[in-house]
Design a binder for this molecule. Structure first.
Ligand SMILES: Cc1ncc(COP(=O)(O)O)c(C=O)c1O
Length: 371
């Protein structure tokens, strides 16, 4: 049986107490009317005439066209849509892995990345090293590989650390996977919301014939409620297999979500610019806040995404701090136990803070008062 999804369980335990959400992993969303106002004539007509039947399991062809346009080499036949990135991870792991296989996963991670493959086959963790800015040692990945390794799973910009792997290391990882014929599953849900565009990595599906790119409208676009995610993959037989497995789960996307997703993708530049600006302002505020409270906190400033993973040096520890904040002030942060791995020991003195939301200045004031 799969263990609980610690992060979602934590959210659901404290949901009603939250007044200041410093735990969110997404960007500030937009009202639906504002999104619809961005529609071009074609999508405006789609929205007006939409009929609410089943939709095409892989995702509407016009939606896959818009998604494919976000890649350099991927066509609409090489995209399969899912109910969020979460369903994509579940389906992909079941499509690629069997009980005789082995997978390698970076730690810390978004828990699905390890719990789902571990429910199917043997899994090894490879650490992101906090002493070296959370980077990944590609040699360590090579050492973790076995003759039956079928998949390496990475996530950059990383949740919870905000790390973006250095380009030379990414290239070395692709070369390693290629030399062993191993699939590279790359969770890219925090792309493209990097602090510095020069750090942006290529998408795995573009970079590698066995690269699998996972993305979603939840994070950089701030549209988690649409539940529109996708996997890009050059292997069309694998795309068909992904679709077949989706038949047992959500089956198809919600029609209204497809139209809204298409509007968002076509207006991507303006939505992303807005969300990057919010994240950049918040990161400045959060960095100043953490510096001001030194030596209580220190951190590796996130390079991308909208979450970071500072160390807390207070005597009470992060678990007690997180509990005190939510109980006394309704401030939600995520303590290290939420990111505990079953594969490797993980730091116990960290807490994840999200900085994608518009109300961050107010949240930081309340946090300041509590500290
Ligand atoms: C790294 C990572 N991958 C996948 C997901 C799942 O995304 P979604 O909620 O859109 O299914 C999340 C959500 O927090 C995430 O942080």
């Amino acid at each position: 049986m799969m263990r609980d999804f610690a992060l979602e369980a934590y959210f659901s335990d404290w949901d009603r107490a939250v007044r200041y959400n410093l735990a969110a992993s997404d960007s500030e969303t937009v009202p639906m009317a504002a999104l619809i106002a961005l529609a071009d004539a074609e999508d405006a007509a789609r929205w007006r005439t939409l009929r609410l039947g089943y939709t095409e399991p892989r995702g509407a062809a016009w939606l896959r066209d818009s998604i494919a346009a976000t890649y350099d080499t991927i066509g609409p036949e090489e995209i399969v849509c899912f109910a969020g990135a979460g369903e994509g991870i579940h389906v992909l792991m079941h499509a690629l892995l069997g009980s005789e296989d082995h997978a390698v996963v970076v730690v810390p991670n978004y828990q699905s990345a390890e719990t789902i493959p571990a429910s199917i086959c043997a899994v090894s963790g490879v650490p992101l090293d906090p002493a070296r800015g959370w980077t990944l040692d590609v040699e360590a990945v090579a050492r973790a590989m076995r003759p039956n390794t079928r998949l390496v799973s990475i996530n950059f910009p990383n949740n919870p650390t905000g790390k973006i792997l250095e380009r030379d290391r990414f290239d070395a990882l692709v070369a390693l996977c290629r030399s062993r014929g191993v699939w590279l599953f790359s969770d890219e849900v925090y792309r493209p919301i990097e602090r510095n565009e020069a750090l942006r990595l290529p998408q795995a599906a573009d970079a590698y014939e066995r690269g699998l790119s996972l993305n979603v409208l939840s994070k950089a676009y701030g549209l988690a409620g649409l539940r529109i995610g996708w996997i890009a993959c050059r292997d069309r037989a694998l795309c068909r297999r992904l679709e077949r497995l989706k038949h047992f789960l959500s089956l198809c996307n919600a029609g209204p979500a497809e139209v809204l997703a298409n509007i968002a993708l076509k207006s991507g530049a303006s939505l992303l610019a807005r969300n990057r600006a919010i994240a950049e302002r918040n990161l400045g505020l959060l960095s100043a806040f953490l510096a001001e409270t030194a030596p209580l906190f220190d951190w590796h400033v996130p390079e991308g995404g909208v979450v970071g993973y500072p160390r807390y040096r207070g005597a009470e520890g992060v678990e007690a701090l997180a509990r005190r904040l939510i109980e006394r002030a309704g401030v939600l942060v995520l303590p290290a136990s939420v990111f505990r791995s079953e594969l490797l020991e993980t730091p116990a003195d960290r807490l994840r803070i999200g900085f994608g939301r518009a109300d961050m200045p107010e949240c930081l004031e309340v946090l300041r008062a509590q500290l």
